[in-house]
Every structure is written in structure tokens, then in C-alpha cells.
Design a protein around this ligand. Structure first.
Ligand code: 4AD
Ligand code: MG
Length: 460
């Protein structure tokens, strides 16, 4: 007989005559002649209740199958007379796949997120983390579906790179050189002897490659892992995270913002529809205001605010911020939250940032002072999207590269795209984990990624 997923059984309107389920014991209650066993197979938040009676030949062994043990159960699915579940299974046969000892760390009690981070290999077996990772999976699928519906092409941009797209110097070096015996030339490390014959890194963004493909295929996106050696141990930064990066030819900054808004609403709406049960767990136990927040995200018109106006609002807000607000400085998390949670009470795009705090590729505005950049700020999580219209004018781009000290020879291929058939184009990057934080109300980014990587932390 084929195994049926518990999610499928629980959704069923009619009982199955015979079923086979396989999963792990969440809880077991024994009385003299029978046991109630709650089995979870990861397919849904809900467990399947199994009734095992002392008529089963291995009943004595079944009684030893405590929390964490793995069972294979065949039996009859019947309407449950008990509260809390529609169906239950009257076991006719139970195979003990493996018995867990009492030392299994996930006994039936609440554990802190901090503790669960120390057992990241086991935490997906809890209700909360099972829900996180089911939603994560559904979101990845929804992203591809959204872009497919919009006729975008999916581009696999490289992970190994020789350029620092963002110019922030947060690069992880990769190398095959012998670190205990580095080849030297004129007292410096001789990178020509390294695998690629030069310094190479893990990518911080697929954007520069995506741009090349937008100028060929029109509308493209890349969705993959990105890496930042950012030494900030915050609740919103990890060293390895996933980014969704659309890039659109013949698209200006305002169309870029409109598209980002449409994408965010589509994805949030999709998850609200497809992951209702899992989302309810977060609304009950993690963030009581989650549902109204999500409703607001899918239904409100996002505000679009020039950077200098955002600074004015913050300066005159009368709030005492830890970090000083000033024109020409980046917004800190506390400023982002003030704007989205207190002042406007909805998602806000900030655009036209001073060029001094943004990367070289952003399009220079006519004021010669700001660039066509945009960030989307969300209540509680702050920045989830960073994007821009790209500088399509060769001479302006070259001047800007000179200004920030980039070697134009190394970017010859990037500059070529502005030499041959250059067009206005735009795109953005959305942090996949930041978006998941927003969807679930989970406040630490380490808790929405299977095995988080952050400074001095790489167990698992
Ligand atoms: O704003 P960022 O740095 O933009 C870029 O990398 C552009 N090249 C994207 C583009 O235009 N194609 O990063 C984009 C988003 C941020 O808004 C944030 O959501 C997320 O990536 N992000 C991080 N998420 C987790 N941990 C980190 N260390 C992150 N750094 C950025
Ligand atoms: Mg950014």
C-alpha cells in the first residue's frame, strides 16, 4: 500500500477505508488497554491521531514509542469522537521504524528560539519551525509563479565572481591557494597563481549579470543565494541569504517601484491564501497583529517619498533616535520603523538618495546630487527591497566609476552594454528572508533560514 500524507487525509471530506501513514510521534497518552498517539509527518501543522489497542501483537513495544520515535501505521480512518480533530486512525498494524530515547530534546514543552537555534538540525520537527519552512517553500514557488505569469525569464547568475557589485567591500574571498604557504611576488600575495588567476569572491548580488540578460531577453529575474561578510550581528542580517532580483529593460524608477509593490502584494496574498493554517500559528503565538499587518500590506497604496522629505520628517519628528538623522546619512532600522509604523502606518518607498551613499551603477538625477535609487520599507522589518534605475549613459557611468575609484578595465563587459544598444533599465533586490520575517512576524532572521550563517556561528 502507498503512504498517504497526513495533510491529504486531514483535508479529505470522506474517510479512507485503509490508509498507510508514516511519521514521528509528537505525543502519546497511554491508558490500560489502548494508547492515543499523535503522529506528524511534516506535511501539515496538524497531527493525525492514531488509536492503538492492546489487541495489537506488538502493543508492549508500541508503548515504548515515545516522543520523537518513528512509526509506520496502517489502519482504518474514521470520524473522531474526540475534540480537536475530524479524523482518527484505528491502527490495525504498527511498525516501529525507530525508537527515540528520552533524551530527545524536543519533549512536549515550549522551547525558546535561542535554545532551538542551538539544535537547528532538529527544530524543523517543532510546530513553529515546521510552519516556517513550509511557508518558506511555498514562497519560493510563488516567486517563480509570479514571474512566469509576468513572462519574465529566469536567469542563473554566477555565485563565484570577481566584482563587488555593491562596492561595500563585504566580500567573502574564495581561493585554492595554500594559506600556509602563500605564493608571493614583490612581497605581495601572487593572485595570478590562484584558481582563476585573480582575486575572486562569493557574489553579493546577481544584478550586474542580470542587467546583461535584461538587455537581451527584456524582463528577467534571478533568485539565488548571496553572501555578505557584514560584521553586524543584528536580527536582520545574515552572511548567507537569498535574494530575488528582477531586472527590466525599458523601465524607469517609477515603473520599478510600481512593479515591486505589485510583487510584494501578490506574494503576501498568495501565502495568506495557501498557508492559512501555518500563518494562524504565527498570528496566535508570535505576533498578535500579524493578520491586520498583512491585510494592510496587500490592500494599502504604498507611499512614495523622496529621501530628502523622509529626512525632514525624521528631523522634525521630536523622537530621540539612537542614531542621528542627517541629510547624506543612511537610514537606520529605528528610522525606517518610525516612518512605516508610527508616521505613515504603511509600507513606504524612499527614493532619490544622495549618490554618496549608493553604489556606482545607479542613474544620476538631473540635480547631479541624487541617484534614482529606491528602498521599500516595511513595518517592523524595515528595508526589504533595495533597487534603482541603472545608469544607461556610458559617459556618465564612466565618470561615476572614476569618482568612486573603480577600475574600468575590469568592468569592460559591463560598460559594453552601454556601448551597444543601451536602454533605460531598472531592477531591485528583495531579501527572501526579510520577506519571510514580514510574513510570519518572526523577529530574528536566523529563525526563518534552515541553517543560518552569521559571524562566528557556523555549526551544522
Ligand atoms: O539593498 P541591497 O544591498 O541591493 C542590492 O544588492 C542590489 N544589487 C539589488 C538589485 O538592485 N538587484 O540588497 C537587497 C536586499 C535588501 O533590501 C535586504 O532585503 C536584503 O537584500 N539584504 C539582506 N538580507 C539578509 N542579510 C543581509 N546581510 C542582507 N543584506 C541585504
Ligand atoms: Mg539596501
Amino acid at each position: 500500500m502507498q503512504r498517504t500524507k497526513i495533510a491529504t487525509l486531514l483535508d479529505s471530506e470522506t474517510p479512507y477505508e485503509q490508509v498507510l501513514i508514516k511519521g514521528w510521534v509528537r505525543t502519546k497518552r497511554d491508558s490500560k488497554d489502548f494508547s492515543f498517539i499523535e503522529i506528524n509527518d511534516g506535511s501539515s501543522l496538524a497531527n493525525m491521531q492514531v488509536i492503538a489497542t492492546n489487541q495489537l501483537p506488538n502493543y508492549a513495544d508500541i508503548k515504548r514509542a515515545i516522543t520523537g520515535s518513528a512509526l509506520s501505521v496502517t489502519g482504518k480512518m474514521v470520524t473522531s469522537p474526540g475534540k480537536g480533530q475530524k479524523w482518527e486512525i484505528q491502527a490495525e498494524h504498527i511498525d516501529i521504524v525507530s525508537l527515540a530515547p528520552e533524551t530527545f530534546p524536543l519533549q512536549k514543552k515550549r522551547h525558546t528560539d535561542e535554545f532551538l537555534r542551538t539544535i537547528a538540525h532538529l527544530r524543523p520537527r517543532t510546530n513553529k519551525y515546521g510552519a516556517v519552512f513550509r511557508i518558506r517553500s511555498e514562497l519560493a514557488y510563488a516567486i517563480h509563479r509570479f514571474f512566469k505569469e509576468k513572462s519574465f525569464r529566469y536567469i542563473h547568475t554566477p555565485i563565484i565572481t570577481s566584482s563587488d557589485c555593491e562596492g561595500a567591500g563585504e566580500l567573502f574571498r574564495i581561493s585554492t591557494l595554500d594559506f600556509n604557504n602563500l605564493p608571493k611576488k614583490a612581497d605581495k600575495i601572487d593572485n595570478t597563481q590562484d584558481f582563476f588567476g585573480r582575486e575572486t569572491y562569493l557574489t553579493v548580488s546577481g544584478q550586474l549579470s542580470a542587467e546583461m540578460f535584461a538587455l537581451a531577453l527584456g524582463d528577467v529575474y534571478t533568485f539565488g543565494p548571496t553572501f555578505r561578510a557584514e560584521n553586524s550581528n543584528t536580527s536582520r542580517h545574515v552572511a548567507e541569504f537569498w535574494m530575488i532580483e528582477p531586472e527590466m529593460a525599458f523601465c524607469d524608477l517609477h515603473a520599478n517601484m510600481a512593479f515591486a509593490e505589485e510583487m510584494v502584494k501578490y506574494l503576501a496574498g498568495h501565502i495568506m491564501q495557501e498557508c492559512e493554517t501555518d500563518l494562524n500559528l504565527f498570528a496566535r503565538f508570535v505576533d498578535k497583529s500579524l493578520m491586520p499587518t498583512l491585510e494592510n500590506i496587500v490592500s494599502s497604496d504604498y507611499l512614495q517619498l523622496p529621501y530628502h522629505e523622509a529626512i525632514d520628517i525624521l528631523v522634525t519628528s521630536g523622537q530621540s533616535f539612537e542614531f542621528k538623522v542627517a541629510y547624506g546619512k543612511d537610514l537606520q532600522s529605528e528610522h525606517e520603523r518610525y516612518l512605516t509604523e508610527i508616521h505613515f502606518k504603511k509600507p513606504v518607498f524612499i527614493y532619490d538618495y544622495p549618490k554618496s551613499i549608493k553604489p556606482f551603477y545607479m542613474r544620476l538625477n538631473d540635480d547631479n546630487e541624487t541617484v534614482a535609487a529606491m528602498d521599500l520599507l516595511m513595518p517592523r522589518v524595515g528595508e526589504i527591497i533595495g533597487g534603482s534605475q541603472r545608469e544607461e549613459r556610458l559617459a556618465v557611468l564612466q565618470a561615476r566609476m572614476q569618482e568612486v575609484g573603480l577600475n574600468q578595465e575590469e568592468y569592460w563587459w559591463y560598460l559594453d552594454s552601454r556601448r551597444f544598444g543601451s536602454v533605460p533599465h531598472s531592477g531591485f533586490g528583495m531579501g527572501f528572508e526579510r520577506f519571510l520575517m514580514m510574513l510570519t512576524g518572526v523577529s530574528n532572521i536566523r529563525d526563518v533560514i534552515p541553517f543560518p550563517r552569521s559571524p562566528a556561528s557556523i555549526d551544522f
